[in-house]
Structure formats: C-alpha cells, structure tokens
Design a binder for this molecule. Sequence first.
Ligand code: ATP
Ligand code: MG
Length: 871
Amino acid sequence: MERGKMTSDQVVAELIGMGFEFDDVKEAIKAVGPSLDDAVEFILNGCCRKSRNVLGSSTSSLGGSTSSKKSAGKMRQLSIIEHLQCGRKPNKSSKFTNEPHLVMPSSERLLGTALGSKESLPETSNAIIPCYKDEDDIGRSDWEMEVKHILKKHFGHSFLKPFQKEALAAWIAHKDSLVLAATGSGKSLCFQIPALLTGKVVVVISPLISLMHDQCLMLAKHGVSACFLGSGQIDKSVEEKAMNGIYGIIYVCPETVLRLIRSLQRLAESRGIALFAIDEVHCVSKWGHDFRPDYRRLSILRESFSTENLKFLKFDIPLMALTATATIRVRDDILKSLCMSMDSKIIVTSFFRPNLRFSVKHSRTSSLSSYEKDFHELIEIFTRKKKFGKAHQLMSKNLEHAPDNMSRTATCDMFEPDTIDDDDAFSESDSEVGMSNECRSASSKDKKLSVEYLEDECDVFQDTDDLDVSCGEFSGQSTAKILNESDSTDAYDLQSRSEERLKLQLGPLEEGPTIIYVPTRKETLSVAKFLSRFGVKSAAYNAKLPKAHLRQVHKEFHDNILQVVVATIAFGMGINKLNVRRIIHYGWPQSLEAYYQEAGRAGRDGKLADCVLYANLTRIPTLLPSQRSEEQTKQAYKMLSDCFRYGMRASSCRAKMLVEYFGQEFVQKKCFLCDICTKGPPEAHNLKKEVTILMQAIMSHNGQNRFQDVSYNDAIEPGVSCRRFVEKSNFKRLISTIREQHHEFISCDFLWWRGLARVLEDKGFIKDGDDKAHVQIKFPEPTESGLQLLRSENRPFYVYPEADMMLSMRNRKPYSSFAEWGKGWADPEIRRQRLERKRERSWKRPKERKMVKPDMKTVRGRLVAKILKRR
Ligand SMILES: Nc1ncnc2c1ncn2[C@@H]1O[C@H](COP(=O)(O)OP(=O)(O)OP(=O)(O)O)[C@@H](O)[C@H]1O
Ligand SMILES: [Mg+2]
C-alpha cells in the first residue's frame, strides 16, 4: 500500500507493528495526522509527550531502531483502571484542554482483519471519537462510560446485560471468572469488550474453526480487528502478525494456544494481553457433553501468565471461562481443571428461555410413515394448504408403494394411543457401545450393523477442524433493537409475565427457519429428501458432505432461502441466526446439555419458537458410538438416562425440568408454554397395591425375606457382592414372574412396570444393584426407604404415570393376546393353551402329510414310532 494513502487505522497498525508504544503513536497521529512517515519522524524526534526515553537519538533511522523496538516493546502492565484513566486524563498541554477529551478506541487503532488473505479491510470513517465527560458521568466509573460508548458504536446496543456487566467488573478487578449464561444471551461481548477497552490483546480459545471464523467475520463487520489461528488459517503470515500484536482479538484452538505459549508471553510483555477467554468451556469437563481432552491441558495458562512466572506482570492475566450448558458438577470440574484462582467469580444467569415452547412426542422416527405423520404439519406450514393437497396425494401414493412395515401408521402424540411392538418394550441394548434405535432401524434393512458402520454414520467430534465450515451468520438486522426490548431489565427475566406468555402460547407460530436434528448422517439425507419431495426447501447437513455444499447450506439458511436444514450435531455451536422458529430433534439426543444447547438456537429474536423432541418413548435409547474410557461411558449413560427421564416425565413443566437440571431454581413453577403446562399433567393414581407387589418381587428376587430390615450396601457385607450379583434379578424376568403370579395385573405390560420402576427409583425406593450405568434400572434392589414404604401398608401411594405407562394403558389388550404377552411362554395359562393346540396339531399332521418311516436309529425316531403304534 502506498504510504500516502493509508488510513489512520492502518498507520496506527503499522506503527504498533514497528514496535512503537501505543500512547506515542496516538500522540503522533494526533499531532501530524495519518501520515506514516511524519508520525515516525514525530516519535523519533522525541516530540512525544513523555518522550519515554527509549527511542534513541533524533537521528535514528527507522531501520536502525532495533533497540528502540525492543525497549518500546517492554510496556509496564498498567492495571485496567489505570489504563483507562491514562486514556481519559485530559492532556493539559494539549490545545484541547477545554475541548471534549479525546479517546481512541482500539478498534480504530488497529484495523485489519486476518480472515484469510482475500478478506477486505472494513473502513472506519473517524479514527478519533470525542467522548464527553459531562456532569452526569461524574458519579459513574470510567470503564462503564467507556463500555457504553463502545457498545453503542460497535455493536449498536444501548446497555450491557447485567451478567455482562458482572463479567466485566470481575475482569476489571483482575479476577478469573466463570460465566454461565443461556445460549444466545451475549456471552461473546464479555470478552470482546476488554480488547476494545484497553487496546491490549484478548486471546479467545474456541473449539471449532468455523466458530472462530464466524466470530472474526462478525467482528470485522463491527469494525474490530481480529484473526484466528490454527490449521484452518490459510494465510500463514497471520500467526506472526498476531504474535506481534497487530490484532486486538486472537481466536485460537486449544492445541495452537498450547504451542504458542512462549510467543504469547512475549506478546504479554509487548502489547499486553488483557484476557484469556475460554469459550464453550464445558468442553473441559469429562462430565460435560462435548469433552475435548485438549481443553484440559489449558490449565497451563493460569501458571504461564501469572506474576510468579512473568515478572513484568503486576497481576495475573485474568481467565474468563464461558458456557451455556454446565451442571454444577461440570462447573466444579471446570474451575479445578483450569486451575482457576480460588477467588474466581462465578456469574450465573437464568438458563430459562421464556419464549421457547418445549414438547415431547412419541414417534418411531425411523420410517417414511413416521416422516409423514411427524412432518405433516411442517409441510403444511411451508407449502400452505393448496400446495399441500398435492403434496399429501403424493405422500399417500408413496406410502401405497412402500413396503408393509413402512406404511403402517407409526407415530402418535405423546399421550395418544399407539401400537407397541413387544420388541419395542423389551429391547435394550446391553452392549456398552450401543447404538440408537434410530440407527438400528434405519440401517437394518440394507446394511449389516456394526460399530464401524455407526461410526461412519454419526457425527462425533473430537477435533477443532471437524467443522471447518464457515457458518457465515451475520446479524444484518438490528439485533440490538429486538433483544433490547426483552433485555432492557434482565436478559430473560420475564418470570412474572405469565400473561404475556399465555398470549404467546395462543399466538400462531409463524413459518420460519427450522432445524431438524437427526442422529445419523443417513437420516439427514432421507428426511431432507422427503421434505423436498413435498415442496419444502430443505437441505441435508452432515460432516461427510462436501465443504462447498455445507457452506452453501449455511449461506442459504442464513439468507432465508432454505426453509429447513436437516442436520446432525455438525450444524452446531455458534449458529446465531435470530429468527429460527423451530428446532426439531428427531430421535433421542445423547444428553440434556446437548439438547438444550441445540434447542437454544431457536427464538433468539425473543419471539415464540418451538422445540419439539420426537422420540420413541417405548424404547430405551442407547449410546452412539464414541471413544470413551470406562468412567466416561458411565457418565455418558448417566447423561443419556437424564435425557430419557426428561422425555418420559409427563407431570412436570419441561422448562422447569431443564432449568433445574442445570442446578438452578425455577421460581415460577410453570412456563405456561410447554406441552405439560398447556395440557396439564395426567391424573395421579393410587398404585399402592402395584408398588407393594413390585417391591416384594424385587425383594424375593434378591433373596430377602419379606420385611427383613437389611442394608443393601455391599460394603457392609464384603465378599458377597459377587454372589449377590448372580442372584440379582433381571428386571424383565422379575416382571414375567409378577405377571405369572398375579393375574389381576396381567394387562399391565412390561412397559407399564418399567415406568413404575423408574418412578420408584427416582423417589429413592429402589436402586440399581450393579455398578454399571444403565439408562433404565436393570437389577433393582430396595433401599432403606423402600423397605419403610413396604411397612407402611395402609398409606396410599399416588403416582403420576410416566409417558411409557400412559402408552401402555392406552394400548391394553386382553391377556390372551399373543402380541400382548411377548412370546407368551412365561404365562402358565398361555403356555397350557398353546401346548394343547400344538399337541392337537401334531396329532392331525401325520394324517395330512405323507407318512415318513421313522428312523429307528434315533431317539426321536423311536419315540415317533411308539406314538404311531399307540394310535
Ligand atoms: N447487551 C446486549 N444487548 C442486546 N443484544 C445483545 C447484547 N449483547 C449481545 N447481544 C446479542 O446477542 C446475540 C447473541 O450473542 P452471542 O453470540 O454472544 O451469544 P452467546 O451467549 O455466545 O450464544 P451461544 O451460547 O450460542 O454461543 C448477538 O446477536 C448479540 O448481538
Ligand atoms: Mg458463544
């Protein structure tokens, strides 16, 4: 670039790049304007305010200023407050003494994105912004005023949200912080503002290249200099420039930050590092849903950037860890694993998203007929009535030609009756590395099932590059306006506005961008194809599809050209499209953390949005394959189990369940929007008799006498655990026994008892007897309170039926039905009837068939001969 034509921002960037101190640069530009040579001359001639005594003689040439660069690079680490005061102090010698004080935000100083060599630099019109210090501002802290100004100028927002303010206050006080705030609440600002406020660098550790890429693009749009480093960065010079302090914000993946520790320490000494932000920090924890081993190694940051290690620091460079989904256990793990300081500030906002309407629906989610039933409404919304007539005809035609097993109606609302195959109720994968039912059914027709197949089918992410696809999400519309409406007091604190929510609930859900999450890559294609056939503009998205296609999908979805994206988890973190109206999960998610994060992509504009989970409520979900240690497998089962329980519970507000899952109190009792709040919970039944029978059966299967008061803690009886394990009842066998012995309960099928056992387990009356993790109790043992429950014979025991119990009750058949009672052989009456019929048939058969001479050499042959002789 020709020097004479440089903008002031570029001149500043160049000068900082040369190693001059920022204050000198600022002063030089103020004095001589945006001319690089003049500014260099000005500084080298010692005309700067304090001269700083480091720049050598006035005759030093630019090329000969190596020593100046070195010494200029060693800045004293000002406290953040000092830094601001220094920036705001009126310059007495300045001709502006009586003028408004001038402040130069860092973004104006350093413009020049490094999004790749081809990205153009955004231009800013004015490099120096007047910041008035009027009487109103006197009582307010400098940083708050400064932030307000930056917020308005760069992001168009008028106020910081309370949690953002808290996070910034913690940073100002040089404290480490853990920020837990709902998806889409604005966590990024907490670490972007420090860069703009101080002119120092903020290093942001992020798990995905696509996320970094998007955030850089977004910042570029807001006039903030940023770059990302790592394998996804095609311009290899960016890393060097970043380490020389050219960019205000450096996005980096964990592997790269670990490699760059020494360079970053040098950067801390030269330009200065204001903050290390660790975004999506739940990836640190093994107890979270998206564990990345490299994140754990980030513990090195605390030590490497502390005063103990870097003598030039006056205080440890603060760490700010941010996530939208962390249970209490995950939070503790994060603080410990990252070695965050003891007085770390933990900032928790409400996870409640009052405009999200949660519901759960029963569906087999696996066949064309399920698609028809489940997406009927969606197709109708997108294609409108007239078109849909045609679509529906086409749909029926398709189904006519579909194989029998596909054309049967397969889905129902959570509380509607449905046919339940015995196989459904009885199937639970025992394997540690199981597979989803959806995977199973989708693949069984045409492929032999194997873990390899599933690994190839499911998007499981381990690397930063896994999603090396630009999301390209820019909020082109006035984000600030929409969000400020709901956020002016507290981001999502609409707790007392139940009436408003009721209105929302009644209002029709507008047609709008929709994301359907499916578990396998194959299903992304089949569901997208299905929807496209009926005129819905939809596209598949999974990690195995060509990058060009994925970019196109992102772009078209963002531009509202695509109506529906059918995706695996690959279409994920960081999607910040405001008007997503619907998130459909088609199949069990692997955890509530993942579910809530994905569902949280809906309704970021504050308007009503739907989050629907379609899952086969008759089957127990299984884990998708992934590399896990034994401990991780156990944890993964626990998370899957929590998710299963969320789907099965029919008596508690969905939003309440979700918010409480993350360890927060849900003060308002109801959300007024979810399926449970709108339809009301099912009627509670007194199931004292059933509970007593189940508990007794469990006890007798565990080899206990009826009311014996025994502790079931294996530790009390060392050495017997092995034996007991053998004696432990398999739940299926246990239910068979109950049904054999108690004919009055013969119509309660396995599904029903399964639900009841879960209720008892949740209430602490039974527990699983083996130390493996299960999604649903498998080897029940009574607990101490379970034994007490048995003793309280006359007290009623009211139970709200769970989803599987309700499905079972609506499908009750006479006990003699073959389909109803499994294969039936455990029932003595059915066994007797069947044996009788079989005997009759076998008597008749020989007459009908051509007689074959029995083989007298075999036992069977001799028996047949005997029978024939008798006849
Ligand atoms: N103070 C504010 N006032 C109004 N809008 C805001 C404010 N802060 C952030 N936002 C807006 O909130 C939206 C979401 O921001 P951001 O991407 O930082 O969310 P997030 O919490 O990081 O979400 P996720 O959990 O998905 O990563 C953005 O469009 C942003 O402009
Ligand atoms: Mg974020």
